[in-house]
Design a protein around this ligand. Structure first.
Ligand code: URA
Length: 449
C-alpha cells in the first residue's frame, strides 16, 4: 500500500477501508509517512468527509496507537464523561463524587490545561496535598473501595491523535467533524470506559458555533461509540458565557464544593445534574433520566455527594477540610473590582476573553512549562440578562499584584462584556440530547447562530 494512493482515493471522494486507515495512522506514528502527506490526507478528509464506518475505523486505529487502559478489575459499568472544553468548566469535580455517591464507578483520567485556566488535574492540585499520579493498582483499588479516582492522563494515550492534532493545528484542518470526533473518542476509548457521556458545547465560546454543527459532531461521536460497543450519549449545552461564576483553579474548587452542598449556581447545577443523570442511566443505576435526576438531586441535598468528595480528596492525599472551610484553599492577596462603564443589561459575555484574562493573572499556562498560580482568577458578578447600573461591579479579579498583568486582565474583562438597553431574551442552557436513537431537542432549543 502507498500513502499517495490512499490520499488520492480520499481526494476523489472514495470510502477508505479499515486497513487503509490503519496503514495511514500507523505509518504516520512510526515516521514512515511524512507530515506533508499526512497534511494532504487531512485536507482531503476535511473537504470530502468520512462515513460513519470510516470514522469509527480511524478512531480505533488512533486508540490502538498507544496504551489501552484495562478497567476490567473494577466491578460494575464504568462510565466516563468528556467535556469539549469551556471556560470555568469544573463539572468533573462535581459529577465524579455525585455519580460515585449512587454507585456509578468513576475511574477517570484527566488532563492539565494549556491556555485559559487549568484543566481538571490543575484544579484538583489546588487542594493542598492532592496527588494525581497514582500507580495503576492504587488507582484501580481506590475505585473499587470508594467508587472514584481521578488521575493525570498517561502521556502515551492515543499518541497518534497527539501527533495528528498538532499537525491539524498548523494546517487549517482542525474544523473537520470526523477528525474532531475521532480525536475525542480515540482518547475516551483508550481510557477504557464501558459507556461515555459527552458534554458538547455550542455558542460563541465553543468549537461548534451553531447548534446544527454541534449536533453533527455529537452524532458522529455517538455513532463511533455505538460502532465500537461503548454506549454513548451527548448533551449539547449553550456556551455563550462561562459556566457558574468562578474562573481560576482554587476559585473553581470552592464553587464545585458549594454545588456539591446544593448551593451552586443554577446553570452549573443544572448541567451537572443532567450529565450525571445520563451517566446513571448508562451505568444501570436508574431506568430514566428523570428518575436519575431526582435521585441525584437528593444526594446534593442530603450531604452524600459532599461526603463522597471528602472521601475522594482524602484518599488522594488532599486536605479534605477545604470542603467545610473553603477559605483554607489558596487565596489571592488582592481583590480588584471591575466596574460597568454604562447602565443596561448584560447582553453577551465572551467566555474566551475572560479565560485569557484569568490566564494573564496566572491561572493558566501560555506554554506547557509555565507554573500555575492556584489562588488567582476572576469571579464574575453579572451574567447574561442581569441589569447593571454604571459604576456597579461586574467582576472581581483575584490577583497577586496590581501591576500591568492585572491592568491588562481588567481591560480584557471590560472587553468581554457587552451591554444592551433591552433585556436579552432568555436562552435555554440545555439544547439537545443525542443518543444512538437520534437527536432530541430540549424544550425551547433554537438555532444558535
Ligand atoms: N479536542 C480534541 O481532543 N480533538 C479535537 O480535534 C478538537 C478538540
Amino acid at each position: 500500500m502507498r500513502a499517495v494512493d490512499v490520499i488520492h482515493k480520499k481526494r476523489d471522494g472514495g470510502e477508505l477501508t479499515a486497513s487503509e486507515l490503519t496503514f495511514i495512522i500507523d505509518g504516520y506514528c512510526e515516521g514512515e509517512i511524512p507530515d506533508y502527506q499526512m497534511s494532504a490526507w487531512a485536507m482531503a478528509v476535511l473537504f470530502r468527509g468520512m462515513t460513519a464506518a470510516e470514522t469509527a475505523a480511524l478512531t480505533l486505529a488512533m486508540a490502538n496507537s498507544g496504551d489501552q487502559v484495562d478497567l476490567a478489575p473494577i466491578a460494575g459499568v464504568k462510565v466516563d464523561k468528556h467535556s469539549t472544553g469551556g471556560v470555568g468548566d469544573k463539572t468533573t469535580l462535581i459529577i465524579g463524587p455525585l455519580v460515585a455517591s449512587i454507585g456509578v464507578p468513576v475511574a477517570k483520567m484527566s488532563g492539565r490545561g494549556l491556555g485559559h485556566t487549568g484543566g481538571t488535574i490543575d484544579k484538583l492540585e489546588a487542594i493542598e496535598g492532592f496527588r494525581t499520579e497514582l500507580s495503576r493498582d492504587t488507582f484501580l483499588n481506590q475505585v473499587n473501595e470508594i467508587g472514584l479516582s481521578v488521575i493525570g492522563q498517561s502521556g502515551n494515550l492515543a499518541p497518534a491523535d497527539k501527533k495528528l492534532y498538532a499537525l491539524r493545528d498548523v494546517t487549517a484542518t482542525v474544523e473537520s467533524i470526523p477528525l474532531i470526533a475521532s480525536s475525542v473518542m480515540s482518547k475516551k476509548i483508550a481510557a477504557g470506559a464501558d459507556a461515555i457521556v459527552l458534554d458538547v458545547k455550542t455558542g460563541s465560546g465553543a468549537f461548534m458555533k451553531t447548534l446544527d454543527d454541534a449536533e453533527r459532531l455529537a452524532q458522529a461521536m455517538v455513532d463511533i461509540g455505538t460502532q465500537v460497543g461503548r454506549r454513548t450519549a451527548a448533551i449539547i449545552s449553550d456556551m455563550d458565557q462561562p459556566l457558574g461564576f468562578a474562573i481560576g483553579n482554587a476559585l473553581e474548587v470552592a464553587e464545585a464544593v458549594a454545588t456539591l452542598k446544593g448551593q451552586g449556581p443554577d446553570d452549573l447545577t443544572s448541567l451537572c445534574l443532567t450529565l450525571s443523570a445520563h451517566m446513571a442511566v448508562l451505568g444501570g443505576k436508574a431506568s430514566s433520566v428523570e428518575e436519575a435526576e431526582a435521585l441525584l438531586r437528593k444526594q446534593l441535598d442530603n450531604g452524600e455527594a459532599l461526603a463522597k468528595f471528602k472521601q475522594f480528596v482524602a484518599a488522594q492525599g488532599g486536605d479534605a477540610s477545604i470542603a467545610d472551610e473553603p477559605n483554607r484553599l489558596p487565596t489571592a492577596p488582592l481583590a480588584i473590582e471591575v466596574k460597568a462603564a454604562a447602565s443596561g443589561f448584560v447582553a453577551k459575555i465572551d467566555a474566551e476573553r475572560l479565560g485569557v484574562a484569568a490566564m494573564l493573572l496566572g491561572a493558566g499556562r501560555a506554554t506547557k512549562d509555565d507554573a500555575i498560580d492556584y489562588a488567582v482568577g476572576i469571579t464574575i458578578r453579572k451574567k447574561i440578562g442581569d441589569p447593571v447600573t454604571e459604576g456597579e461591579t461586574i467582576a472581581t479579579l483575584h490577583a497577586r499584584q496590581d501591576g500591568s498583568a492585572a491592568s491588562e486582565a481588567k481591560a480584557k474583562v471590560i472587553e468581554a462584556y457587552r451591554f444592551s438597553a433591552e433585556r436579552p431574551a432568555d436562552r435555554p442552557l440545555l439544547l439537545s440530547v443525542v443518543t444512538a436513537d437520534g437527536i432530541e431537542r430540549c424544550g425551547a432549543a433554537v438555532q444558535t447562530d
